[in-house]
Design a protein around this ligand. Structure first.
Ligand code: G3I
Length: 320
């Protein structure tokens, strides 16, 4: 076929992309497909730009692994999504267990977001967007209780966004979360947050919908939710798509997965302000799913031998 990114761009999207991670970059067959811009026009580092990787101790920044991913994207002519500045997970203990005053934690966030975002401003030919704040809400729409919220209330979101804007005025700034793809309390909480940020003049360009789904039960109101955010003037993106199944794979499950990929990608296609789709790595060989959900997997469009699955054709159908 023409390739997923080629099709996405022909249909007016900015990219079709994939996450990747440093350990698998030693697999040359894997890298060859990842680097094919006909398939992927965008890359997200799955781990190497997170806080524990970039500022493991206060004020000491390490960009080695993040730079490897950024330089690969640059060499391939691919857009880069920075992931992420502020998240409760993969947070070094000096932050999560720190006994900070509000003023102290404010400067910790400012220094972290500013340093990391500015680092990638200069190095990346075509840096595109940053997941500045990741997963601020619980599934019931209440704020997640973490060091950021507990110390600064919701103001940490605007502190991080303002620091990121100052560090790279050209990057699109996103808030990214999961389980906001269907109408409900969590999607409403995110809508209310971004409405408030816009009203307050806080820089916010987009909302990322992670989209970690299950075969046979992908969200039914996804397009409606995307439209609600687009109506606020924001761009939206599918940022971490995968659709897992209970193993073993069967022909029936793979066929259902193809339909599910098609309907999810179609939701983005139907919304003009949905700028692109990123899958959370492209092959089952390197998916995060089996190590997190015991007995589940096969969530991606390429199998563990790097061969395309029916899911690939489901994506093609929606993009065409
Ligand atoms: O770096 C250590 C290594 O030193 C150690 O030897 C090894 C042994 O367990 O663990 C390594 O850390 C792992 C890390 O990935 C790097 O490979 C962690 O155990 C593992 O939990 C971690 O998983 C990542 C997960 O985020 C953590 O929450 C996944 O690779 C990554 O794909 C996943 O990505 C998240 C997004 O950032 C946010 N949205 C959800 C998505 C899926 O969980």
């Amino acid at each position: 076929t023409a390739g997923l990114n080629t099709l996405a761009k022909a249909a007016g999207k900015l990219y079709f992309g994939s996450a990747t991670d440093n350990p698998e970059l030693s697999d040359s067959a894997y890298v060859k497909i990842l680097s094919n811009v006909k398939e992927f026009g965008q890359i997200t580092p799955g781990n190497s730009m997170k806080w524990d990787a970039t500022e493991p101790t206060r004020g000491t920044f390490t960009f080695t692994n993040g730079d490897v991913v950024a330089n690969l994207a640059k060499a391939n002519g691919q857009l880069l999504r920075g992931h992420n500045c502020v998240w409760h997970n993969q947070l070094p203990s000096w932050v999560s267990n720190g006994q900070f005053t509000a003023a102290d934690l404010t400067s910790v966030i400012q220094n972290h977001c500013s340093t990391v975002v500015s680092h990638y401003k200069g190095q990346i030919l075509r840096s595109y967007s940053w997941d500045v704040v990741n997963e601020p809400f619980n599934d019931d729409g209440t704020w997640r209780s973490d060091v950021f919220y507990n110390t600064l209330n919701s103001s940490y979101v605007s502190i991080a966004l303002k620091a990121a804007r100052a560090a790279d005025p050209n990057a699109k700034l996103y808030i990214n979360d999961y389980n906001i793809e269907n109408s409900g309390a969590k999607a409403t909480a995110m809508l209310n947050l971004v409405k408030q940020l816009i009203a307050d003049g806080v820089p916010i360009d987009g909302v990322g919908f992670q989209s970690h789904f299950i075969v046979g039960s992908v969200p039914t109101s996804f397009q409606t939710v995307l439209e609600q955010f687009a109506a606020l003037g924001l761009e939206v993106a599918i940022t971490e798509l995968d659709i897992r199944m209970t193993l073993p794979e069967t022909d029936a499950l793979l066929a259902q997965q193809a339909k599910d990929y098609e309907s999810v990608v179609q939701a983005c296609m139907n919304v003009e302000k949905c700028v692109g789709i990123t899958i959370w790595d492209y092959t089952d060989k390197y998916s995060w799913v089996p190590s997190t959900f015991s007995g589940q997997g096969a969530a991606l469009p390429w199998d563990s031998n790097l061969a395309i699955k029916p899911a690939y054709n489901g994506i093609v159908a929606a993009l065409s």
